[in-house]
Design a protein around this ligand. Structure first.
Ligand code: ADP
Length: 193
């Protein structure tokens, strides 16, 4: 099994690159943002509870997303590997993920961290807001909250995995294909190992 975390701030290109990576490597894509949005669309109790946090640009409570990921892992026993996108977003989520994977006799192979400067991030999100139908991309205040949540709670996830020498930083600006090639290079170094 080959499991990777695609890491980076909101707007860094995780969704775009995830789509390409899962099709090239046959990984199962687990995006907590997508899972939460589908709970909201289905008007489930979980979705209704999550929506108020997401609309404010705040993180959804750890227990909620950990439980969601735990079920997703159980529901995909045949997966050749997982690509985690938008998860883990707190150190508590990272520790929970490590434990869940260990119970399945596997672990995170690598954390690929996309680096993009903050002005570019805001520009990309506002642009996405024009077409995506995502209300959290339309408001500059909400975007600012998401960046501040990222700095306060999520950046530390990279430090958690640095302890195990698993983090690789990849430039997330420039040509989408070139970024994809840089990510593939890092995966190929490990996938074959
Ligand atoms: P982006 O990375 O562009 O902000 P996502 O789709 O990954 O977009 O996340 C959208 C929102 O969903 C976040 O702002 C947050 O409220 C919620 N969310 C997604 N993943 C998590 C997570 N792992 N923990 C807590 N909240 C999450």
């Amino acid at each position: 099994m080959f499991n990777l975390i695609l890491f980076g701030p909101p707007g860094s290109g995780k969704g775009t690159q995830s789509e390409r990576l899962i099709s090239k490597y046959g990984l199962k894509h687990l995006s907590t943002g997508d899972l939460l949005r589908s709970e909201i669309a289905g008007q489930t109790p979980l979705g209704l509870a999550a929506k108020s946090f997401m609309d404010k640009g705040q993180l959804v409570p750890d227990e909620v997303v950990i439980e969601m990921i735990s079920s997703a892992l159980d529901n995909n026993p045949q997966a050749h590997g997982f690509l985690f996108d938008g998860f883990p977003r707190t150190v508590a989520q990272a520790e929970a993920l490590d434990k869940l994977l260990a119970q399945k006799g596997t672990s995170i192979a690598v954390v690929l961290a996309l680096e993009v400067n903050e002005d570019e991030l805001t520009k990309r999100l506002l642009n996405r807001g024009l077409t995506s139908g995502r209300s959290d991309d339309r408001d500059e205040g909400t975007i600012r909250s998401r960046h501040s949540e990222y700095q306060k709670k999520t950046a530390a996830v990279a430090d958690h995995y640095k302890k195990y020498g698993k983090v690789v930083f990849v430039k997330g600006e420039g040509d989408i294909d070139e970024i994809f090639q840089s990510l593939c290079k890092e995966i190929d170094l490990r996938d074959r190992a």
